[in-house]
Each structure stands twice: as C-alpha cells, then as structure tokens.
Ligand binder design. Structure first.
Ligand SMILES: Cc1cc2nc3c(=O)[nH]c(=O)nc-3n(C[C@H](O)[C@H](O)[C@H](O)COP(=O)(O)OP(=O)(O)OC[C@H]3O[C@@H](n4cnc5c(N)ncnc54)[C@H](O)[C@@H]3O)c2cc1C
Length: 401
C-alpha cells in the first residue's frame, strides 16, 4: 500500500491552505482555534466565502456545484480546514439536506432550494430526534395528517442544533401510524416562519444555547414540501445519516488542538521550567499524539481504499471506527487543555451573566473558554449516532456478527 501523496496532491493542499489563510477572516479563525463561540454571521461569512470560490459543496454532483475531487483531495481539504480554524460550511445544508434533495427531490424542489442551500441564503436545521427517539429514531411520534393540500403536524423534536438560526427545517414525521415503524415515516421541509412553531433553548452544561426543543401545534406544511414518497422517509433518513458520519474523525481539529496544547503549556510555569518540560505532562501529550497518528493512518487507509475502489457513494462502515476513535481523541485533547489551564479554567460566573462564557480572571484570556470547551465536547460521543451504536455497527458490518 502506497500512502505517499503525489506532487499534484501536495500542490492542491498548498492552494487550499493559502486560500483559507488569506480569504477567511483571521478574527473568525482565531475564535475557532481558541474555542470561542461563533456568531451566525461568522459561520455564514465563512460559508459564503467558500461558496464564492466553489468550495462550499465539494461533495455534490458536479452539475449541482460539486468539485469532482478525489477522496484524497477531500481529505486534504477537510484537514486544512480544521487545522486552520475555518468554520466548515453549514453541515445541515451541505452534508445533510442538500444531498437528500439531490437524491430524492423533485426537479422543482431542487431548482428552488439547492442554490439557496449551497449559498447559505437559507439556514437549515435537522428535526429528527424526539424525546425517547434518538438511537431508536424509527420510533418517532410527531404526526403529520393529510388535509387537502397540506399536512397538519403536531408533536415535538429535541436537540435541534441551532434551530434559533434556521430559516427551514427538514424533519421526519409519522404519516402512517398503523404501518411497521420504518414504513410509516415521511421526510418534510418546513418553513420556520410557519405559525404554530415554538423553539425553546436547552442550556447545555457549558452554558451554551446551541440545542433546542421544537414544538409543533397544528403546523401546516404544503404537500409539495414532501421529499420522496409519502411513508418512504426512512430511505431519506438512512441516506442522510450515512453521509453525516463521513469526515467525523476530525483529525485536523485534534492536530490543531495538540499544537495549541504544546504552545500554551510552554507558557505555563511548572516549577523548574514550563509545563511542557514536566516529563509526566509531556508523556500524556505524546500518548495523545501516538493515538492521533494511528487515527490518521487509519483514515488515510480508508481514503486510499475508497480512492481505488470507489464505493458507489455508499459510506464506508470503517467510518464508525473513525467516529469512535476521533471523538475519544477530541475529548482527550480538551482534557489536556484543562490541565494546561489548571485553576484558570474555572469559569467564574458573573451573577448577572448566566451564560457561563465569562473569561477567566488574571489576564489569561486564553484560559476562559477551556472549561466550556471541555464540557461541550462531551457531546461528540453522542451526536451523529452514539459511540455505543457505532460499536454495534462495527460488530455487524465490519466483524459480521
Ligand atoms: C449536542 C447535540 C446535538 C444534536 N443535534 C441534533 C440535531 O440537530 N437534530 C437531531 O435530530 N438530533 C440531534 N441530536 C440528537 C442525537 O442524534 C441523539 O442524542 C442521539 O442519537 C442519541 O439519542 P438519545 O439522546 O435519545 O439517547 P438514547 O438513544 O436514549 O441513548 C441513551 C444511551 O443508551 C445507549 N444506547 C441506546 N441504544 C443502544 C443500543 N441499541 N445498544 C447499546 N447502547 C445503546 C446510547 O449509546 C446512550 O449511551 C443532538 C445531540 C447532541 C448531544
């Protein structure tokens, strides 16, 4: 197996890096690197800059604005994006709903929505999970009853990421309560300005407000907003969830964090030198680097296999391995950053500001986001299918149990 990159591939990486470093505002990239909260405007600005260059929807078919890149180019693009702190294009638009629409949508739906999705003129959110229906998604209960030219939707979604920013939601609803559970589900598109929708934020352990409960009270959705066939929404859901896990290892992000751990640890006094000179701390950093190298090699092996065989657009079951290891390493890096920050990582909450995003005292501005990022990263082993569910997939699809 040859894992060397060609000169053309290396030139591509250099071009991508230069673009990221010169075109995406440093103020935005610094926020990502330092773990500070991005505004909607930051994310949309980055998305639109990539879109202008033709790089917001690289994975789409070329006729709809894709780039036709090889798996190696995708890998390099993702890694450079993460190591340079570039916010990725809005995933709900680009990796989730767009591909579903391309695969299952009508020509009219594609023509109207795809250009707006690609340019992030509309922000989409994902209305799949419900209380009691996360891992067992097919048990979802939100109902849609057909009345003339509309569906009348009642029920509740939960954990809807950034619903507060969204113009549209793609959601799964139950259209046939009597059918076997996977066969009574439909995939709809909902304009978030429709009357009857209530969005309630769930404040997470880091004090952030990125997830929400969304309630539907007799919400009217035109029948033309059905994607695919009625009661065949599970096909769309499976297709979407397969795409959600690609690129989930986040090797570039963890590399960026390890570099930051080393840079900051060199600044922290630990008696006879910096924290980085402490052999016990250096050993922990080395252990993460070894794990990360192994993950990178596994990812490159998957990329190389996919480049040779193609997979007909189907996700590689090895992506579950990448998801588990990638999320574990991301969490390890946030633990090490906590160790670097030490007591400065404690969020001292101003009584008047319960967001928890206050800076640490003592002028160590960098330490402020450390604890929120650590707590926030507990999520990475849950979303995109929990790590336990990934173990089940590996048992079935890779080991054949
Ligand atoms: C930060 C964050 C953002 C999210 N964003 C969105 C979003 O935008 N839209 C959306 O629709 N959803 C979103 N989700 C929901 C996410 O997909 C679910 O949380 C996830 O699928 C788990 O479902 P659950 O929370 O209902 O937990 P459960 O399914 O109830 O699982 C509870 C525990 O049991 C374990 N478990 C369950 N079934 C099995 C099994 N068969 N074998 C072994 N162990 C099992 C799980 O691994 C977990 O540890 C988000 C979640 C988080 C944390």
């Amino acid at each position: 197996m040859d894992l060397r990159f060609t000169p053309e591939e290396n030139a591509f990486r250099a071009e991508v890096r230069k673009f990221f470093q010169t075109e995406i505002p440093l103020s935005i990239r610094r926020k990502v690197i330092e773990g500070r909260e991005l505004t909607k405007n930051d994310i949309v600005t980055s998305h639109k800059t990539l879109h202008k260059r033709g790089w917001a929807t690289p994975g789409w078919p070329v006729e709809w604005g894709g780039t036709g890149w090889s798996p190696v180019q995708f890998y390099m693009f993702g890694e450079e994006m993460q190591t340079n702190g570039v916010p990725p294009p809005v995933g709900f638009n680009v990796s989730m709903h767009g591909p579903v629409l391309i695969q299952f949508g009508t020509e009219a739906q594609k023509k109207h929505h795809l250009p707006r999705i690609a340019a992030c003129d509309d922000w989409w959110c994902q209305g799949f999970s419900e209380p009691g229906s996360g891992s067992d998604l097919a048990s979802l209960k939100t109902s849609a009853v057909r009345q003339g030219d509309h569906y009348i939707v009642n029920g509740q979604k939960i954990w809807t990421t950034l619903a507060q920013h969204a113009d549209w939601m793609f959601l799964l609803v139950r259209t046939d309560p009597n059918a076997k559970k996977q066969l009574g589900i439909s995939y709809l598109m909902l304009d978030m300005k429709t009357p009857g929708i209530t969005i309630r934020p769930i404040v997470t352990i880091d004090g952030g407000k990125e997830v929400n409960e969304v309630f539907f009270d007799n919400v009217k959705i035109p029948v033309e907003n059905l994607v695919g066939e009625e009661n065949r929404g599970w096909d769309c859901a499976k297709y979407l969830l397969g795409n959600e896990r690609t690129g989930i290892a986040r090797v570039g992000l963890s590399k960026m964090r390890v570099a930051r751990i080393k840079e900051l640890a060199r600044k922290v006094d630990a008696g006879n030198g910096s924290l980085m000179d402490d052999p016990r701390f250096a050993e922990k950093v080395a252990a993460v680097e070894v794990e990360l190298k192994a993950l990178e090699m596994t990812q490159l092996r998957v990329v190389s296999e996919d480049a040779k065989s193609g997979r007909g657009g189907k996700p590689n079951p090895a992506s579950s391995i990448l998801k588990i290891k990638g999320s574990e390493i991301q969490q390890m890096t946030t633990e090490l950053l906590m160790e670097v920050a030490g007591p400065l990582a404690l969020p001292f909450v101003d009584e008047d500001d319960m967001t928890g995003h206050n800076e640490a005292p003592g002028g160590a501005d960098w330490a402020g986001p450390t604890a929120p990022v650590y707590f926030n990263n507990r999520k990475v082993s849950i979303y995109g299918g929990t790590n336990e569910i990934q173990h089940n997939i590996i048992a079935k699809a890779v080991l054949g149990f």
